[in-house]
Design a protein around this ligand. Structure first.
Ligand code: SF4
Length: 123
């Protein structure tokens, strides 16, 4: 029988967890958390940089995206994106930027190279 990798649940274990009552699952998770880490809680002050809402994928659940040419579609230039990060950092003192956006065919790899170069230059 496959013992699995340490710390990685096997399929049967995951299926068993999904059958559990959600509140009971949360209570057990909280017990494990207390046992492992006590009452210490940590957090990261961060922001989500939505550099564009233009997307050609069109996931049915997504209320964020706009198709190319839509009046509400936007794409930040790298300079605009960096300005937004600086503005949020000035207020909240962030230490992490989550870069997330639509699949915009107008944005090439060069955009991300410049964006990440600029963002890493801020740290
Ligand atoms: S932005 Fe993401 S979630 Fe929304 S339609 Fe595009 S790929 Fe899907």
């Amino acid at each position: 029988m496959d013992a699995g990798r340490p710390g990685v649940p096997r399929r049967e274990e995951i299926e068993e967890l999904l059958r559990e009552d959600l509140w009971e699952l949360g209570r057990r998770a909280f017990e494990i958390r207390l046992r492992m880490h006590g009452r210490i809680a940590t957090f990261v002050s961060n922001m989500v940089l939505n550099y564009t809402n233009v997307c050609t994928v069109g996931c049915s659940f997504c209320a964020f995206y706009r198709p190319p040419g839509h009046p509400e579609a936007y794409t930040y230039t790298v300079e605009e994106a960096v300005r937004r990060v600086l503005a949020v950092d000035a207020v909240y003192g962030i230490s992490q930027v989550l870069v997330q956006g639509g699949v915009n065919p107008e944005i090439g790899i060069e955009y991300f190279e410049r964006l990440f170069r600029e963002l890493f230059g801020l740290s």
